[in-house]
Design a protein around this ligand. Structure first.
Ligand code: AHM
Ligand code: MG
Length: 333
């Protein structure tokens, strides 16, 4: 593997492969730079005074952590002035964030969950940033309607994982590349390319404590996994749950598996737990680009037409054959 920097990787994608234009290259560079700042802030922990609650709530009524607010501000500030964006939308803000008039505007829309898995911050467990890039439809004001595009329209998506190492996974629609942050150099260096998720797996990720609230097909599916070698699946399954989607999805990109956050009777009214635009779509794009699949239990996530900016949906993603099995249980097969 050529140990090239993210900058060189993006230049080659633009100049040699013609896959991206200069604005998209700049956009990804700026997002990556913002992720480095977030990584630094997280790394300081208690010493940086960034742990704990911010004393506010976001649009979904969830308590915001100081790092939720800080990460959101870092991403907004970094991306406002470059001239590559028409607007941004964030899990932490009710309305899309327009580009201030003093700056030029571009044709892209940036969507992000600035700090995913933030319940893990205070216990020093991995968290991440998830982002997705869309084109602003021509002649469309960059308000909420501009963002309501199905995930198959994404031109890029990625996540930064703030774990023992800080990683950046990126897709530009032609496979998934992985970069590791060299903390001394301050650069993301290519350490994985064309990542592939094996079609079969014996490992699943789900919050088992919600079992009694799931719909019948999911109860039956997980029940059959737990029955192991003596059950209908005739093999033993292992389970992992970090409760940071970025970390759980990254494990699946690294060693396979299936991740599920199904519909739950307590949250059925809101459609699920995870957000379509900020979490499900970018992760579904990445997983499909690595040969996996992503479904809401019935249909391909990337085909879903969003109705609202903060829409939530059930999510099943990872090993292609295992996702197909979950869909088959939902069909009653
Ligand atoms: P967040 O964006 O508010 O952090 O919520 C999303 C997170 C995901 O990272 C993770 O998969 C899930 O919520 C964990 O939920 P739970 O605490 O119910 O296990
Ligand atoms: Mg999140």
């Amino acid at each position: 593997m050529r140990r090239i920097s993210l900058s060189r990787y993006l230049i080659e994608e633009q100049r040699d492969k013609g896959r991206i234009d200069a604005d998209l290259r700049l956009l990804i560079e700026v997002v990556a730079r913002a992720c480095k700042r977030i990584s630094l802030a997280i790394g300081k922990g208690e010493l940086g005074g960034v742990l704990g609650s911010a004393g506010s709530e976001n649009v979904q009524g969830e308590v915001q952590k100081k790092l939720d607010v800080l990460s959101n501000e870092i991403l907004l500030e970094a991306n406002e002035w470059g001239g590559h964006l028409a607007a941004m939308a964030s899990e932490e803000m009710e309305e899309p964030h327009p580009i201030p008039n003093r700056f030029p505007k571009g044709e892209y829309l940036l969507v992000f969950d600035p700090l995913d898995g933030s319940s893990n911050i205070d216990v020093n467990v991995s968290v991440g940033t998830i982002f997705s890039v869309l084109r602003c439809p021509e002649g469309c004001e960059p308000g909420e309607a501009a963002f309501l595009q199905p995930g198959c329209e994404q031109v890029a998506a990625g996540y930064a994982l703030y774990g023992p190492t800080t990683l950046l996974a990126l897709t530009l629609g032609a496979g998934v590349a992985l970069f590791t942050l060299d903390r001394e150099l301050g650069s993301f260096i290519l350490t994985g390319d064309k990542l592939q998720i094996p079609a079969e797996t014996q490992e699943f990720a789900i919050n088992m404590s919600n079992q009694r609230h799931w719909e019948e097909p999911m109860q039956r599916y997980v029940g059959d996994l737990l029955a192991g070698v003596d059950g209908p699946r005739a093999k033993d399954f292992n389970m992992r749950w970090v409760a940071s989607m970025v970390a759980d999805v990254h494990r699946i990109l690294t060693r396979g598996g299936v991740f599920m956050y199904p519909l739950d009777a307590r949250i059925a009214g809101q459609g699920g737990k995870l957000r379509l635009l900020y979490e499900a779509n970018p992760m579904a794009f990445i997983v499909e680009q690595a040969g996996g699949a992503a479904s809401d239990g019935h249909q391909r996530i990337l085909d879903i037409q969003p109705q609202r900016l903060h829409q939530r949906i059930p999510v099943v993603l990872g090993a292609k054959n295992e996702v197909a099995t979950v869909v088959a249980y939902h069909r009653g097969n």
